[in-house]
Design a protein around this ligand. Structure first.
Ligand code: ZN
Ligand code: ZN
Ligand code: ZN
Length: 355
């Protein structure tokens, strides 16, 4: 994620800020320009950009403090492009559901930023029911006894159980599934991977390479699922996969690896925004742990460069976390096989990006 700038006073501001603490202007995020807009309320109620005099209105979801995106007044839309993808939101008469929805929207907006940043096609199911995208955020309370809302993707519809936004529930799920990492943003990055597999790989010229790297996805998903939950991952899974779950079926291997590509690129963009240079005191000779963030990873066409920057950054992040008594921030190993899978995703995304 970038470090943004207040376009009125040049103060650095964050993606989710709604107020510039330096010049006191309201702030909104313009999803078309991918920049922060500082806004001044007018006597007639309109909000005018302090930088260029253009009029904007906030996304309707700003009333619940779940969205800070703005829409130019020449567009009558009431929802921003991130919120317009919502099909179902939680029952807001339950105060704890509103809190969970906020956590979910923060992660979803972070995800949509990445897709827009790459200019990947982001189409609402309202516009195109067949190939569009939509989100369902549901709780278990409306389900028949004994049944739970399953987080997942089906034909462009991404469903999230809002319990994932509760730290205790998510940690319990993480433990019971024996996962080293589980976040709401991680879920979104995984599920959107399934969506873009349908859009960018199925029936495309990439399918053959996909099968070479990830395996034949035409094998039964149901059988693979059953086998995975009965037997678990093969013992040597680390040799070929980024996670144990990725061993289940080629589609899951794709979605898991896709999520990692998004983790890596967005974290590198943050490091770039902060101007991070890593030069360990004792790494003068081999320079294996040294790097300088020279390119924004979202724009960088050279995968090797991204990978070369990621290794030292992830090692440094893990070391910082250990100093704080926390678990490794990036508890994963990328070997040559996984690296090849990531490189393929990199190429698919860069080719698909709308020019
Ligand atoms: Zn300002
Ligand atoms: Zn919105
Ligand atoms: Zn999946």
């Amino acid at each position: 994620m970038q470090l943004f700038t207040c376009d009125h006073c040049s103060q650095p501001v964050y993606f989710d800020n709604t107020l510039c603490l330096n010049c006191q202007n309201q702030l909104g995020f313009d999803g078309l320009k991918l920049k922060m807009v500082s806004l001044q309320p007018q006597p007639d109620g309109r909000l005018i950009s302090a930088a260029d005099g253009k009029a904007y209105h906030f996304c309707s979801n700003s009333q619940y403090h779940v969205c800070n995106w703005v829409i130019p007044d020449d567009d009558p839309a009431i929802f921003c492009m991130a919120c317009s993808l919502n099909r179902t939101i939680p029952d807001l008469s339950q105060p704890e559901y509103l809190e969970r929805w906020r956590v979910i929207e923060t992660a979803k907006h972070w995800l949509i930023y990445a897709l827009l940043r790459w200019k990947l096609p982001v189409i609402s199911k309202v516009t195109d029911p067949e190939i569009g995208l939509a989100f369902n955020f549901k709780s278990d309370s409306g389900m028949p006894p004994g049944q739970r809302v399953l987080t997942g993707h089906a034909d462009g519809l991404i469903t999230m159980n809002i319990a994932e936004a509760d730290d205790v529930e998510r940690e319990m799920a993480r433990n019971s599934m024996d996962e080293v990492y589980r976040t709401v943003l991680g879920h979104f990055r995984h599920e959107i991977g399934h969506y873009y597999w349908d859009r960018l790989i199925a029936d495309s010229a990439h399918l053959e390479t996909f099968r070479e790297l990830y395996g034949d996805e035409s094998t039964s998903y149901q059988d693979a699922l059953q086998k995975h939950y009965q037997n678990g991952a093969p013992e040597n899974w680390q040799e070929n996969y980024i996670s144990a779950y990725a061993t289940m079926h080629p589609w899951e291997s794709w979605a898991e690896t896709w999520a990692h590509y998004l983790h890596i690129v967005d974290t590198l963009e943050t490091a770039y925004a902060f101007g991070i240079t890593i030069q360990p005191k004792n790494d003068n000779h081999y320079q294996v742990l040294s790097t300088k963030m020279e390119d924004n990873a979202y724009d960088c066409a050279d995968f090797e460069k991204i990978f070369e920057e990621w290794l030292p950054l992830s090692i440094m992040m893990n070391s910082l976390n250990r100093s704080m008594g926390a678990k490794d921030l990036y508890p994963f190993v990328i070997n040559a096989t996984v690296k090849g899978k990531l490189k393929f995703i990199h190429e698919v995304i860069h080719q698909a990006a709308l020019k």
